[in-house]
Design a protein around this ligand. Structure first.
Ligand code: FMN
Length: 358
C-alpha cells in the first residue's frame, strides 16, 4: 500500500517523505538515496569552505541525474545576508534549462531564510515557460509568511516549527500549532510539514492534519548514505529530546546540540538585536567556521545544527529502511485511527447491546 497525497502527485514521488535541505553542507549522496527510495531528495545550498556555490550546485545536480532517474529538488537560502542568493537565482534556471535530464528530473525548488519573492522572478518563469514543471515551495515559520507566499502564487509551503534543527524564526511556534494555524486560515495551500519528524507516528499525524508530506533533516543525517561525519551521526543516536537549544545563528535563532561550545550561548530575540550583533562581528564567517568544524567531526567545539527529533533516533540505517519503516508505521497508525470511526447508528447499537449485557 502507498500513501498518495497532493504532494506525492505534484512531485511525482512514491512516498510523502522529503529530505530537508541541510546547507552549508553537502547532501548529494543523501539526495540520491532519498529519491531512489521513493521520497524526494533535495540538494542543499552549499557554501562550505568559501566554495563557489553556483559551481557546486551544478555539480550536485549532475551527480544526482547520473545516479538516479527519479525526481529531486534543491534549496536556495534567499536571506539578505546570503551573498550568493541572487546569483543562484539568476544562473541556475538557465543551467537547468540547458540540461534536458536535469530539467526533466528537477521538480522542486525550496527557498528559505528570506523572501520568497526573490526567486519568483523572470528567471524561474523562463524555466517554467520552457516546459519545466518545477514546483516552488518556501519555508514558513508563521502564518504571516505563509500568507505572503500564497499571495505571490507559489506552489506550496514547508511549514517548519521551532522543534526543527537549524535556523529558526523569532516567532518560536511549534510545528503542531503552526500546521493547525495554516490549515485554519489557508486550507487550500499545499503543505509539507517539517520540524520534529522522525517516525511513522509523526508522518501519520501530519497527514491527518492535512499536510501532504513531511520533510526531515536530523533523521536523514543518521543514515548510512549521508555525507556527514560519523561523529555527527553518533551525536544524534546518543541524544535525548531535550539535548538541543536555541542559540544565535547566521540568520537569527538556530537549534543546535547542547555541547560545551553552545553551553553559554543564547539566542537573539529580535531583528534589531541581530542587526547590532552583525555590525559588531564578522558573524557569517565566524558562524561558518564553527559549522565547518562540526561537519569535519569536531562536534565538541563546533556548531552542531540539530532538531529535537534527534532524541527519537537510535540507529544509523540505510535511507530505504528509514523510509519504508516510517511509511509502514504510518499506515498502521492511520488504519488504527480509521478503525475508531464508527457510524453513529452502529455506535448507538453497540452501546445498547452493552447495556443489555450489563
Ligand atoms: C545540519 C542542518 C543544516 C540545515 N541547513 C539548512 C539550510 O541550508 N536551508 C534550510 O532551508 N534549512 C536548513 N536546515 C533546516 C532543515 O531544512 C529542516 O527544517 C530541519 O532539519 C527540520 O527539523 P528536523 O531536524 O527535526 O527534521 C538545516 C538543518 C540541519 C539539521
Amino acid at each position: 500500500m502507498v500513501i498518495e497525497t497532493n504532494i506525492t502527485q505534484m512531485l511525482g514521488i512514491k512516498h510523502p517523505i522529503i529530505a530537508a535541505p541541510m546547507g552549508p553542507f553537502y547532501t548529494n549522496k543523501l539526495t540520491v538515496a532519498v529519491s531512489e527510495a521513493g521520497g524526494l531528495g533535495v540538494l542543499s545550498h552549499i557554501t562550505l569552505h568559501g566554495t563557489v556555490s553556483l559551481e557546486k550546485m551544478k555539480e550536485g545536480m549532475k551527480y544526482v541525474v547520473e545516479h538516479t532517474d527519479k525526481p529531486f529538488g534543491f534549496n536556495i537560502r534567499t536571506a539578505t545576508l546570503q551573498p550568493d542568493a541572487v546569483k543562484l537565482c539568476r544562473k541556475l534556471p538557465q543551467f537547468i534549462m540547458n540540461n534536458s535530464k536535469i530539467k526533466e528530473q528537477c521538480k522542486y525548488l525550496v527557498t528559505s531564510a528570506g523572501s520568497p519573492r526573490m526567486v519568483y522572478n523572470k528567471y524561474f518563469k523562463a524555466l517554467r515557460d520552457s516546459g519545466s514543471d518545477i514546483k516552488h515551495f518556501h519555508v514558513v515559520p508563521s502564518l504571516k509568511l505563509a500568507k505572503k507566499v500564497a499571495k505571490h502564487g507559489l506552489d506550496g509551503i514547508v511549514a517548519t516549527g521551532n522543534e526543527g534543527g537549524g535556523h529558526q524564526s523569532y516567532e518560536n511556534i511549534s510545528t503542531l500549532v503552526l500546521l493547525q494555524h495554516i490549515r485554519q486560515k489557508l486550507p487550500e495551500i499545499p503543505v509539507i510539514a517539517c520540524g520534529g519528524y522522525a517516525t511513522g507516528e509523526g508522518l501519520a499525524s501530519a497527514i491527518a492534519m492535512g499536510a501532504g508530506a513531511i520533510a526531515m533533516g536530523s533523521r536523514f543525517i543518521a543514515s548510512k548514505e549521508c555525507e556527514f561525519h560519523e561523529k555527527y551521526k553518533e551525536v544524534i543516536i546518543n541524544s535525548d529530546v531535550s539535548d538541543t537549544k536555541l542559540v544565535t545563528g547566521v540568520f537569527g535563532p538556530a537549534r543546535v546540540w547542547k555541547n560545551i561550545y553552545a553551553e553559554d550561548k543564547v539566542a537573539v530575540s529580535n531583528k534589531v538585536e541581530k542587526k547590532a550583533e552583525e555590525t559588531s562581528m564578522s558573524l557569517i564567517n565566524d558562524s561558518l567556521v564553527k559549522l565547518e568544524k562540526s561537519y569535519e567531526g569536531n562536534v565538541d567545539d563546533g556548531t552542531v545544527l540539530l532538531g529535537q527529533s534527534s532524541g527519537l533516533i537510535d540507529n544509523i540505517e540505510y535511507v530505504s529502511d528509514i523510509i519504508n519503516k516510517i511509511v509502514n508505521d504510518a499506515e498502521i497508525c492511520l488504519k488504527n485511527a480509521f478503525e475508531m470511526l464508527k457510524a453513529e447508528n452502529a455506535r448507538a447499537d453497540a452501546l445498547e447491546i452493552n447495556n443489555l449485557i450489563i
